[in-house]
Each structure stands twice: as structure tokens, then as C-alpha cells.
Design a protein around this ligand. Structure first.
Ligand SMILES: Nc1nc2c(ncn2[C@@H]2O[C@H](COP(=O)(O)OP(=O)(O)OP(=O)(O)O)[C@@H](O)[C@H]2O)c(=O)[nH]1
Ligand SMILES: [Mg+2]
Length: 226
């Protein structure tokens, strides 16, 4: 048991080291990045499609898509207008820093303003593996149910931004928004939250605005370090 704990700790600290290297590469390339995490089907790729379609006029966008199998999501991101790379984890339930490094090696980072990473659909494993992206974002969705913050606290605790997707389904599904938000508030007080629908487009403008703002702040910080 002690040995097993030691091995897990070693794996995680090796991952942390590599994720710092990934961050340094992204910083020196001037490429702002975020990692989208969610349960399967919450709408990560739909959000990427919308985001790329909306922002591609102003920014050069890369997408690294993590999935157990297929290139379906990277194909969707590419069709939307991103430079897209698919990573198949071959059964692993999360991306880790070395996988992201492999994906980044296939992209010309200096030619990108924004890198979006889509993690494997899972509310447990991705929370334990930092990748080196600037922000970690959780996409929750109405059909998953309002109890998810209580049942998956690690994921809700460790993120910088929360997106509540599939708002269009709220009238049809028993989902107590107050109960959900109380759970979030206990775990991650004051977290930046966007409620939206990738289906109807409702609520997407503030999300696009936030990205634009973050890219400006990131560039200003880079200039201050020169
Ligand atoms: N009603 C509704 N459906 C949505 C919305 N966003 C996404 N969907 C649908 O939800 C399903 C899953 O969407 P994806 O974007 O593929 O979800 P994902 O999180 O990328 O899924 P995985 O990569 O498999 O984990 C698709 O059928 C989408 O059309 C939304 O806002 N409202
Ligand atoms: Mg997807």
C-alpha cells in the first residue's frame, strides 16, 4: 500500500514538472490556452465549434482534442476553422502533461493566439493531472443533474471557470439551479460562471468576451516581462 502511494505521488510530481514545461512553452510562444473538462457529452466540442466559428476572424486558434478513440472531435474542430490535433489515449481516462506535449509538438505554437484543449470526457481523472494550460474550465450541463458538484467535488474545486451548458433544456428537466449553485459556492466560492446554450447560442457573447479579455491580459503580462 505504501509503495503504491509512493508510485502515484511520483507519477503526479513528474506530471507537474512536465506541465510547468508546457506552460513555459506556451508563454514563450505567446499562446493563451485553456483546458476544457467535463463529463462525456456535456458539450465540450460543441462549445469549441461555436468559439472557433466566432473568434477565428480575430485569432489563430489551435485545438488539441483528447479522446479514448476516433478523430471525430478533431475533425469537428477543424471543420469549424481551427488547426486541430487529435490525441487518442488508448483507454486512459484523462490527458496528462506528456500527452499534451505530444500534441503541442504537432502544432506551430508561435503561429497561434489561442490553444483550446479538450480533455477526455470524465469528471474524476482529469482533475488530478495538470497540463500546463493557463486556465482550467469545467463544462457542466443541465441533463447531468443538479447534484454533480456534491458528487464530484475534486473537479468543481480545481477549476478557474464554470460553464453551465444546455440551458435550453432547463424547462424540460428537473434541475434545481439554486441547489446546484449552492454546491458550487461551497467548493469554489465566487467562481466565474457562464450559463449558455451551444444549441441556441444564448449566453455565448459573455463567454467570447471573456476569452478576448483573457488574451489581452495575457499579452500585457508577456510585454511586462520583456
Ligand atoms: N440541447 C442541447 N444539446 C446540446 C448543447 N450542446 C451540445 N449539445 C448536444 O450534446 C451532444 C454532445 O455534445 P458534444 O459537444 O459532442 O459533447 P462533448 O462533451 O464534446 O462529448 P465527448 O467528447 O464525447 O465527451 C450532441 O448531441 C450535441 O449536439 C446545448 O446547449 N443544448
Ligand atoms: Mg467532444
Amino acid at each position: 500500500m505504501t509503495q503504491r502511494v509512493q508510485v502515484v505521488e511520483n507519477i503526479l510530481s513528474a506530471n507537474d514538472r512536465l506541465s510547468s514545461e508546457n506552460r513555459a512553452r506556451l508563454d514563450s510562444a505567446g499562446c493563451f490556452s485553456f483546458n476544457l473538462m467535463a463529463s462525456p457529452g456535456a458539450g465540450k466540442t460543441s462549445l469549441i465549434e461555436r468559439t472557433v466559428q466566432n473568434l477565428k476572424e480575430n485569432y489563430r486558434i489551435g485545438v488539441i482534442d483528447g479522446d479514448i478513440a476516433t478523430t471525430l472531435d478533431a475533425d469537428r474542430a477543424a471543420t469549424a476553422g481551427a488547426v486541430a490535433v487529435q490525441i487518442n489515449t488508448g483507454g486512459e481516462c484523462h490527458l496528462d502533461a506528456v500527452m499534451l506535449q505530444g500534441g503541442m509538438n504537432q502544432l506551430e505554437l508561435t503561429a497561434l493566439d489561442l490553444l483550446i484543449v479538450e480533455n477526455v470526457g470524465n469528471l474524476v481523472c482529469p482533475a488530478s493531472f495538470t497540463l500546463g494550460t493557463h486556465k482550467n474550465i469545467l463544462v457542466a450541463s443541465i441533463p447531468e443533474g443538479d447534484d454533480k458538484p456534491y458528487k464530484y467535488p475534486g473537479m468543481y474545486q480545481g477549476v478557474d471557470v464554470l460553464i453551465i451548458n444546455k440551458l435550453d433544456l432547463l424547462p424540460y428537466i428537473p434541475f434545481r439551479m439554486d441547489f446546484f449553485q449552492q454546491g458550487v459556492e461551497i467548493l469554489n466560492p465566487g467562481i466565474i460562471t457562464f450559463s449558455l446554450s451551444c444549441q441556441t447560442g444564448e449566453g455565448l457573447q459573455p463567454w467570447y468576451h471573456w476569452i478576448t479579455q483573457q488574451i489581452s491580459l495575457f499579452r500585457q503580462a508577456g510585454e511586462n516581462h520583456l
